[in-house]
Design a protein around this ligand. Structure first.
Ligand code: ADP
Length: 254
């Protein structure tokens, strides 16, 4: 059974079947109101689908109840939004360390791990800057670090370049796709920008709550951007066990 979700009479998702494998990136594109956010929210366990299953590796996650749902989001998923995700009163490194500290990691260890993300994201020297002292692109790269620091299995990005100029946005999506590939995380990017989608391995087009033709992005591996070796992620990350998010059938290939 495929993924469906209605709000009253509005069928926001109408039978979606999608799988995103470890190390793979998928752009989700479609007109406003087509169901992109609802799809992302159902996959990320922020909303519960009316029907269909969401699988993380072989584990069904759509039936989890609190507090397991929150814990899953905090430990296995990373989130990047358009803007406004950093706490303005905290230095960049503390913003990045926050998800670890919320999970009980001692401050010192959390900050050490957070600091390791600054060089690969081009943020060396910005560790102690408050968000207000960073450019939009720098702040968004701090947000990437915060999404990645827990070594998530899936990163969900909702219009991650929406508040940035073209060149800055390209740099952010380049880093996001390279780092998640290196980290063997699955990446789901909602975007309205085809030049952002091109960095992903595939594009899923959504219309009226359904997936229409899925096409490979021009930016698939080997076609236009540096490969998995292009970026050095901190040690201790990386996973080879083929984790996937799958809407619908249990027999989704992985
Ligand atoms: P997109 O992200 O592509 O703009 P959404 O997933 O936000 O689309 O919305 C899909 C449809 O579901 C739209 O018709 C929208 O109005 C409706 N919708 C989304 N969230 C809610 C909600 N919380 N309550 C009622 N309707 C909603």
């Amino acid at each position: 059974m495929t993924l469906s979700k209605s709000y009253g009479a509005t069928r926001a998702l109408d039978g979606v079947d999608i799988a995103v494998h470890a190390g793979e990136s998928v752009a989700v594109m479609g007109p406003s109101g087509s169901g992109k956010s609802t799809l992302l929210h159902c996959l990320a366990n922020i909303e519960r689908p009316d029907s269909g299953q969401v699988l993380l590796a072989d584990e069904r996650i759509d039936e989890l109840r609190e507090p397991a749902r929150s814990e899953l989001r905090r430990t296995r998923f990373g989130f990047v939004f358009q803007s406004g995700q950093l706490l303005p009163e905290l230095p960049a490194v503390e913003n990045v360390a926050l998800p670890l500290m919320l999970g009980g990691t001692p401050r010192r260890t959390a900050e050490q791990r957070a600091r390791q993300w600054f060089p690969p994201l081009g943020l060396t020297g910005k560790e102690d800057s408050r968000p207000g002292a960073l450019s939009g692109g720098q702040a968004q790269r701090v947000a990437l670090a915060r999404a990645l620091v827990t070594d998530p299995r899936v990163v969900f990005a909702d219009e991650p370049t929406g508040a940035l100029d073209q060149a800055t946005g390209q740099e952010v999506i380049r880093l996001l796709t390279e780092v998640t590939r290196e980290q063997r995380a699955a990446l789901v990017v909602v975007t309205h920008d085809a030049s952002v989608a091109r960095w992903c391995d595939r594009t899923a087009h959504v219309r009226d709550g359904r997936l229409v033709d899925e096409v490979g992005g021009a930016g698939s591996v080997g076609a236009g951007h540096s490969g998995a070796d292009g970026i050095d992620v901190p040690d201790g990350t990386g996973c080879t066990d083929g984790i996937a998010v799958a809407g619908a059938r249990a027999e989704v290939p992985r």
